[in-house]
Design a binder for this molecule. Structure first.
Ligand code: NAP
Length: 276
C-alpha cells in the first residue's frame, strides 16, 4: 500500500516540500505520496492523533507547530530536545519519534556547497530566532573554533550562548558585530531582513568584510538577497537559503526511507519553482 507522508503547519499552501519529496519518491520507485496538511494553531494534538489513527508514515512540522508538537510525541531525540523544536516525525509502528533536521541540513549544505570543512573555522551567526537556534546547536556539534552570535535583541543571543557553549561562543549587538567582521571566516544571516517583499534592507553592514570569506544567507526568496549581492561584490564566496531548505528535506527523507535523495535535482526543482 502507498505510504503517506506530509507537512503539518499553518499556512502550508506555498510549501515546496511536496515538490521535492514526491519527485524523489517517484525517481527512487518508492510507493509513497507527500501531502500538505493545514493545521490551525491549537489543533496540533488532534493532528498528531490523526497521524496515529491514519497510520501516516511520517510528517514534517513547520511554523507555528515546531514546539507545540513535542508533548504529543512518544520520544524526541537529544538534538531536537536541545533545540526545543521538532521538524520531522517518524511513525515507527505507532511510536512517534521527533527529530530536527533544519540546522543539521544547514551545516551539511554549507560544507557540501562551499566544499569546506568547518574544522577550526570562526563563525558569526546573525539572528537568534527559530532558524538560528537549530543552526547554532548544529554548529556546536562541529569542530568549528568559534561560533559567535549577534542579534538586534541582544538578550536573545545571550540566552542562546548560555544554553550552548560559553567557551566557544560569545554574543554581540549588531553594531558591535559590524566592527568585528574581519575576525570571521564564515558569516551567516539567519534573520528575515532582506526577505521578500522588503528586499532593499540588509541585516548588517559588510564594510569590514575580508575578501575570500564565506557569506551565507538562509533566505531563499529572493534567491540572491541584497546582502549576498554586496558580499559577492566585496569578494566573498556566497551561499543562499536553498541548500538549507533542500538538505533539511533530504535528511527527513533519509530518516523515513533509509535512502539519500538526489539533492541536486531537489535544488533544481526548488529553484525553478522559486523563479516562476
Ligand atoms: P524568527 O524566529 O521570527 O526570527 C527572526 C530573527 O530576525 C530574529 O533574530 C529577529 O531579531 C531578526 N529580525 C527580524 N526583523 C529584524 C530587523 N528589522 N532588524 C534586525 N533583526 C531583525 O524567524 P525564523 O524562523 O528564524 O526565520 C528567519 C528567516 O530565515 C526567514 O526569512 C525565513 O524564511 C528563513 N528561514 C529559511 C530556512 C531555509 O530552509 N532556508 C529555514 C528557516 C528559516 P529579534 O530577536 O531582535 O526580533
Amino acid at each position: 500500500m502507498e505510504k503517506v507522508y506530509g507537512l503539518i503547519g499553518f499556512p502550508v499552501e506555498h510549501s515546496l516540500s511536496p515538490l521535492m519529496h514526491n519527485d524523489a519518491f517517484a525517481r527512487l520507485g518508492i510507493p509513497a505520496r507527500y501531502h500538505l496538511f493545514s493545521v490551525e494553531p491549537g489543533q496540533v494534538g488532534a493532528a498528531i492523533a490523526g497521524v496515529r489513527a491514519l497510520g501516516i508514515a511520517g510528517v514534517n512540522v513547520t511554523i507555528p507547530h515546531k514546539l507545540a508538537v513535542i508533548p504529543f510525541l512518544d520520544e524526541v531525540d537529544e538534538h531536537a530536545r536541545r533545540i526545543g523544536a521538532v521538524n520531522t516525525i517518524i511513525n515507527n509502528d505507532g511510536r512517534l519519534v521527533g527529530y530536527n533536521t533544519d540546522g543539521l541540513g544547514y551545516v551539511q549544505a554549507l560544507e557540501e556547497e562551499m566544499n569546506i570543512t568547518l574544522d577550526g573555522k570562526r563563525i558569526l551567526v546573525i539572528g537568534a530566532g527559530g532558524g538560528a537556534r537549530g543552526i547554532y546547536f548544529s554548529l556546536l556539534s562541529t569542530a568549528a573554533e568559534r561560533i559567535d552570535m549577534a542579534n538586534r535583541t541582544v538578550e536573545k543571543a545571550e540566552r542562546l550562548v548560555r544554553e550552548g557553549d560559553e567557551r566557544r561562543s560569545t554574543y554581540f549587538s549588531l553594531a558591535e558585530a559590524e566592527t568585528r567582521l574581519a575576525e570571521y571566516d564564515i558569516i551567516i544571516n539567519t534573520t528575515s531582513v532582506g526577505m521578500h517583499p522588503r528586499v532593499e534592507v540588509q541585516p548588517l553592514s559588510l564594510e569590514r568584510l575580508r575578501p575570500g570569506v564565506i557569506v551565507s544567507d538562509i533566505i531563499y526568496n529572493p534567491l540572491e538577497t541584497k546582502w549576498l549581492k554586496e558580499a559577492k561584490a566585496r569578494g566573498a564566496r556566497v551561499q543562499n537559503g536553498v541548500g538549507m531548505l533542500v538538505y533539511q528535506g533530504a535528511l527527513a527523507f533519509e530518516k523515513w526511507t533509509g535512502q539519500w535523495p538526489d539533492v541536486n535535482r531537489m535544488k533544481q526543482l526548488v529553484i525553478e519553482a522559486l523563479r516562476r
